[in-house]
Write a protein that binds this ligand. Sequence first.
Ligand SMILES: Cc1cc2nc3c(=O)[nH]c(=O)nc-3n(C[C@H](O)[C@H](O)[C@H](O)COP(=O)(O)OP(=O)(O)OC[C@H]3O[C@@H](n4cnc5c(N)ncnc54)[C@H](O)[C@@H]3O)c2cc1C
Length: 375
Amino acid sequence: MASPLKNSILLVGAGPVGCTVARVLAELGYQCHILEARDHIAGNCYDTFDKHGVLIHKYGPHCFRTDDDEVFQFLSRFTKWIPSEYIVKSQINDELFQFPINIETLEQVFSKKLDKESAAELLEELRDNSITQPANSEEFVLSRIGKRLFEMFYKDYTSKQWGRPASELSPSVCGRIPVRLDRYPGYVEAKHLCTPEEGFTALFKKMIDHPNIKLTLNCAKDHWREELPRHQATVYTGTIDSYFDYKIGKLDWRSLSFEFKNYQTELKQPCLQINYPSKDFEYTRSVEIKHITKQKISSTTVSYEYPKSKGEPYYPVPAPKNQELYAKYQELAEQELKERFVYFCGRLAEYTYINSDEAVKRALDLSAKIKDQLS
Ligand SMILES: Cc1cc2nc3c(=O)[nH]c(=O)nc-3n(C[C@H](O)[C@H](O)[C@H](O)COP(=O)(O)OP(=O)(O)OC[C@H]3O[C@@H](n4cnc5c(N)ncnc54)[C@H](O)[C@@H]3O)c2cc1C
């Protein structure tokens, strides 16, 4: 077997994690080789022009936001930004409601004027205060806003999204969505809420444009097995169970399919995202990314999202059996680190849902750790 080349790093996956670690270590003088199974870089942040010339997000809409200045400054080396507004509405019986729920949503549902105090009183009346320690997402929402709002905005949306009722999901799943006692119209608040001016793919392309970085696209999913012994260290960003050939079991993922429809009009919907909580629609949301890319083009493309249990891994399924299995894989991963300098990082390798800014943060931290451990 060939002995590892000194100062050479193998990166499995050209997503945000693989590209970030490669760039940081390349600048420190390491030779970095990125292997990517797909025919493109940028991982799930990948964007591309469809046949109508509209910039689309192939693996689901990505709205960048971060409170982390280090991440923002690092990414800003490779892109300029356009300010974003992440506006979401829920369509219920042909009516659009502000979502996440805020004072305006409550005014529309209950047909009365409210201020912060009266909205808080209303929620106090609506909430189920018999639930003191919610055991699942349904109980969590009931304890916070009560049955009527749960049924309107959460119940069927959650079961369409996850393929199981909110009563079978941990409180954190619905708990992530805020309920606001103000009129802020956005889905999220962040210090930096913006979109790369030329798109995510262009950003990551610039990031890995460095003489010490080599990229191989379209590689077989297990090609890394051949390459690994030739490198001093490996950063693996694929699914952790696939690394170990699923030897102790397979982790569950929730997947999605996307239907892209082009419309010969400037804009098709009033905001970036519309949620469809009703079971009358098979899809969960429609997203018109042009609201944030602000592309100047006469037509527009909207994506419709259909959740499913098989396919590309998108969301880890928050069930105890998966957490237990992942913990066992983590033990195996620790062993790999000790024996072969393999680092597992990113949403697939750490079996976690993280936004792209968190992925970049983890990659920056990991690069510092690799530098310390290898020098
Ligand atoms: C539907 C959806 C919506 C999202 N929306 C947002 C959003 O609005 N804002 C936001 O900031 N983030 C969003 N994210 C999260 C964002 O996509 C991730 O945080 C980010 O892509 C994680 O980067 P990563 O490098 O860990 O993984 P990935 O982007 O998944 O990249 C991993 C790469 O590794 C490759 N790979 C895997 N196994 C192998 C192998 N064996 N050999 C070679 N290559 C391999 C894959 O093909 C992939 O390209 C969203 C995610 C999803 C699923």
